[in-house]
Design a protein around this ligand. Structure first.
Ligand SMILES: *[C@@H]1O[C@H](CO)[C@@H](O)[C@H](O)[C@H]1NC(C)=O
Length: 502
C-alpha cells in the first residue's frame, strides 16, 4: 500500500516537473504578439537575391550617402578605436565631407585592419597606437603635435574604443570591463580636456538599457494557467530607449552583464562631464552593431560553417556601423554649433531605419547568398539555458579557488560565452530612436539612418564573398569579442588582472 502511494506520488511529481519544463520551453520558443505587430514580415529569398544583384553592381559607399553626412567643419579630430566598426566609419565619413587626412588622428590599440581603410585617404590618416586603460599612454597619444596647418583648429574627440565581453555577469570578473571601458573613458576625458577639446562624443551601448530576463516562473502560476495562455517571462520582450538614463543608476545585478555595467558607468561619466567648455554626449547603438566582416553579429555567423542557434525566432533591432557613425556626426554638428545646446550631456539611442528583424532573416540571408558553407543547427533554448548556468559556475571556479587554475581545463571555443547573460542580450527587443530623430530645434539630432538592415547585411555578404572568392572555407576574421579575449590574456600575463579583480 505504502509503496503504491509513494509510486503514485513520484509519478505525479515527475509529470508536474515535465509539464512545468515543457511549458517553460514553449514560452522560450515563442515570439510575443506585441513584437510580431512591430515586425510582421520575414525576408524572402527573392528580395534578398534582388538586393544582392543591385548592391553587387552598386555598393553603398560614403559617396552614395554623402548628402546625408553633416557638412565639413573647421576642426581637428581624434577618434579612439578609429579603425573599428563605428570609429572606422566616422573616419571615412569625415574624409568624405572634406576634412583633410592631416586633421584626423586615429588612436587605436589594434593595427589598422579594415579593408576599406587600407588604401585611399584613410590610409594616410595619422595612426597612434595607445592603450586607453593607461593614462600615460592616452595622454601621449593626445599630446602628440599636429601639423601646423591644423594645429590651431578646435578639437573634437570621438571616443569609440571599448572591449566587448558579452556574457560575464559576476563581479569577480568585472576587472577587464572596468579597466578599459570605465577607467579608459576617464583617461580619454582627461586627455581630451588637457588637449583643449571642446566637443567629446562617446559610443555607449543600447545594452545599458537591457534588463536581465528572469526565466523562473512560479510552478503554481505556470501549471495553473491554461495551455493557450501561458504567463510571460519577465523581460522576455524589452524596449531599448534612453529612459533609464533619467532615472537613478541601476545596481550591478539589474544589468544583463558586466559589459553593460561598465558602459552605463562610462556613459554617466561622459554625460556628467558636460560643460560649456567641453560639450559631451553619448550615442547608444541598438543591438547589435554590424557592417564589417569582423562584427560579432553577422560576421560571427558568416564565419561558422556549422552555426548552432537557439534564437532563430528572436526579433532584434540591429544597427549598421554607418548609421551609428552618422549619428555621432549629427551630434557633433549640434554641440559644435551651440555651446549651450540642450542636447548635450545625455545619450541618444540609434537603430536602423526599419522595423527590427528576426535572426531567421539574417540566417536566411547567409544561406541564400554566402558562397562559403553555412548550416544552421537549431538547438532547443531551455537545455541551453541550463547549460549556461553550468558554464558560468564552472568558469568561476578557478576565479574563486585559484588553486584549481592548474587542474581544471579551460573552456575553449564559443561555449565559454554560453553564460546566462547571453540569453538576456539575445531576447526579443525593439529599439526606438525617436529622440535622436527629432529636429535639432525640437531637442533632437535630426538623425535619419541611411542603410536599412536588409541592404546593410546583404552588402556585408557581397563583401564577404569578394574576400572569399575561390576559397572553400571562411578566413578567420578577428571579431571584437575574440579581441577582448586577447586583451584579457595579455593583461593576465602582465599580472594586471590580479590587481584589477580586487
Ligand atoms: C526622450 O528623452 C527624454 C528626455 O529628454 C526622456 O525622458 C525620454 O525617456 C526619452 N524617450 C525615449 C523613448 O528614450
Amino acid at each position: 500500500m505504502a509503496a503504491l502511494v509513494i509510486g503514485l506520488g513520484a509519478a505525479s511529481l515527475l509529470l508536474l516537473t515535465y509539464t512545468y519544463l515543457s511549458r517553460l520551453s514553449s514560452i522560450l520558443k515563442s515570439t510575443p504578439e506585441a513584437v510580431l505587430k512591430v515586425s510582421p514580415k520575414r525576408w524572402t529569398k527573392e528580395e534578398l537575391r534582388q538586393a544582392y544583384q543591385r548592391l553587387e553592381k552598386n555598393l553603398i559607399t560614403t559617396k552614395s550617402y554623402a548628402d546625408r553626412i553633416p557638412p565639413k567643419l573647421d576642426r581637428r579630430y581624434i577618434i579612439t578605436g578609429g579603425s573599428g566598426l563605428v570609429g572606422g566609419y566616422i573616419v571615412l565619413q569625415l574624409l568624405e565631407r572634406g576634412q583633410s587626412p592631416e586633421s584626423i588622428r586615429i588612436v587605436e590599440f589594434r593595427p589598422l585592419n579594415r579593408a576599406d581603410m587600407l588604401s585611399g585617404p584613410a590610409s594616410t590618416v595619422d595612426f597612434v597606437k595607445a592603450d586607453i586603460s593607461s593614462a600615460e599612454s592616452t595622454n601621449n597619444a593626445f599630446e602628440k603635435s599636429w601639423p601646423s596647418s591644423v594645429a590651431h583648429l578646435p578639437l573634437t574627440v570621438f571616443h569609440t574604443a571599448a572591449v566587448i565581453v558579452p556574457s560575464d555577469r559576476s563581479k569577480l570578473v568585472y576587472g577587464l570591463c572596468e579597466s578599459v571601458n570605465v577607467r579608459g573613458t576617464r583617461n580619454v576625458l582627461d586627455a581630451a580636456r588637457k588637449a583643449g577639446a571642446d566637443v567629446l562624443i562617446s559610443t555607449s551601448s543600447g545594452g545599458v538599457s537591457i534588463r536581465p530576463i528572469e526565466l523562473w516562473i512560479s510552478p503554481v502560476e505556470l501549471l495553473l494557467s491554461p495551455k493557450n495562455k501561458l504567463p510571460e517571462i519577465k523581460n522576455y520582450l524589452q524596449v531599448m530607449d534612453e529612459k533609464d538614463f533619467f532615472e537613478p543608476p541601476r545596481k550591478h545585478e539589474e544589468h544583463f552583464a558586466n559589459y553593460a555595467v561598465s558602459k552605463a558607468r562610462a556613459e554617466r561619466i561622459v554625460c556628467g562631464a558636460n560643460s560649456p567648455e567641453l560639450r559631451t554626449g553619448s550615442i547608444r547603438p541598438a543591438n547589435g552593431v554590424y557592417g564589417q566582416p569582423g562584427d560579432n553579429t553577422l560576421g560571427g555567423s558568416l564565419a561558422m560553417s556549422d552555426c548552432p542557434t537557439w534564437c532563430a525566432h528572436i526579433i532584434q533591432p540591429f544597427v549598421h556601423g554607418i548609421n551609428v557613425a552618422i549619428a555621432h556626426l549629427d551630434y557633433e554638428a549640434v554641440l559644435a554649433a551651440n555651446p549651450k545646446a540642450p542636447q548635450a550631456g545625455r545619450p541618444f539611442m540609434i537603430t536602423d531605419p526599419n522595423p527590427p528583424i528576426s535572426y531567421i532573416d539574417m540566417y536566411l540571408a547567409i544561406e541564400t547568398l554566402a558562397t562559403t558553407p553555412f548550416k544552421l543547427i537549431r538547438l532547443p533554448p531551455l537545455p541551453m539555458w541550463f547549460l549556461s548556468y553550468i558554464v558560468e559556475w564552472y568558469s568561476l571556479l578557478p576565479v574563486k579557488y585559484p588553486f584549481l587554475r592548474r587542474i581544471l581545463p579551460e573552456l575553449k571555443g564559443d561555449i565559454k560565452h554560453m553564460k546566462p547573460g547571453l540569453f538576456s542580450v539575445t531576447t526579443h527587443m525593439v529599439a526606438t530612436n525617436e529622440n535622436a530623430s527629432r529636429s535639432v530645434d525640437e531637442g533632437g539630432l535630426g538623425f535619419r539612418g541611411v542603410v536599412t538592415t536588409l541592404e546593410g547585411m546583404v552588402q556585408e555578404i557581397v563583401e564577404w564573398n569578394v574576400e572569399h572568392k575561390g576559397e572553400k572555407k571562411a578566413k578567420k576574421f578577428q571579431t571584437s569579442i575574440s579581441f577582448a579575449e586577447e586583451i584579457a590574456k595579455a593583461a593576465e600575463a602582465a599580472g594586471v588582472m590580479e590587481k584589477m579583480g580586487k
